[in-house]
Design a protein around this ligand. Sequence first.
Ligand code: GDP
Ligand code: ZN
Length: 289
Amino acid sequence: MQGRIIKGIGGLYFVDTYEGILECKPKGIFRKSGIKPLVGDNVTAERLADGSGLISEVLDRKSVLIRPEVANATLAVLVFAVNAPKPNLNLADRFLINMEMAGVPAILVFNKSDLASEEEIENIKNGFSGSGYEIRFISAKMRSGTDDLKERLKGEITVLAGPSGVGKSTIVNFLTGADRMETGSLSEKIMRGKNTTRHSELLGIDEDSYIFDTPGFTSFDLFGIEAGELGLFYPEIKECLGKCRFTGCSHINEPDCAVKEKLRSGGMSKNRYDNYVMLYNEIKSRRKY
Ligand code: GDP
Ligand code: ZN
């Protein structure tokens, strides 16, 4: 039968099938071929005589993320708080770059809008101006902007990610209805068994919308990116491709640079540009060995 992996713990996978949730081990072939089943994977599984399950095939993936490690996400929602804790916009860029690399569309959600002044909200918006990323301000606590967010996630398999303390659990509980769940229900048993922050888990929002609840993170590496291709993962820099005087322009010190011109004319935010330069130099120095 076919199903979807909704949780994986220590080599054991929980596969949601039309016959209910089957606890599966992967077939030995996966280890040999280097394929690791991931939460979010659509799989073929069989029930063995002892009632346990075996995953025999991982079906084609729409997307794969390495961090958080999930398959088939169609939308990434990066959650920060407007305040408490203050948002780390460099971390946001690192996350967005990884989503660009993976080909998963990303939006930004700033929670705790009840704790922010108009000015703070404007500053955050300005920090991403010209990037094209959709930005939402919500208060999970006051239930402001939350219904709109839920509507936005309709039909998507969303990966919700962000640092600890920004309100991810509060948002996930609202979206999945866990905050008004009946005691003893199957979903509640699953929620309770949940290891709150160490594993990714796929939860249902409604019949065609799902959300990956993922562990919080405090850092984000830029694996596998060369400094020279970093600009490809900034939509507003990518747009300038071929417009600089020098091919292979790093957009840092070269004259007649379309990106620096864009920055001067306000088409790119100083925050995003400064992060680009910082990350460019970080990658350069890492490669020097
Ligand atoms: P997580 O670590 O990202 O899962 O964050 P939690 O959902 O556990 O929330 C962290 C803290 O922020 C908790 O004390 C929440 O009550 C609080 N919190 C969540 N959303 C909001 C909000 O919109 N406004 C305010 N003021 N506090 C919030
Ligand atoms: Zn340039």
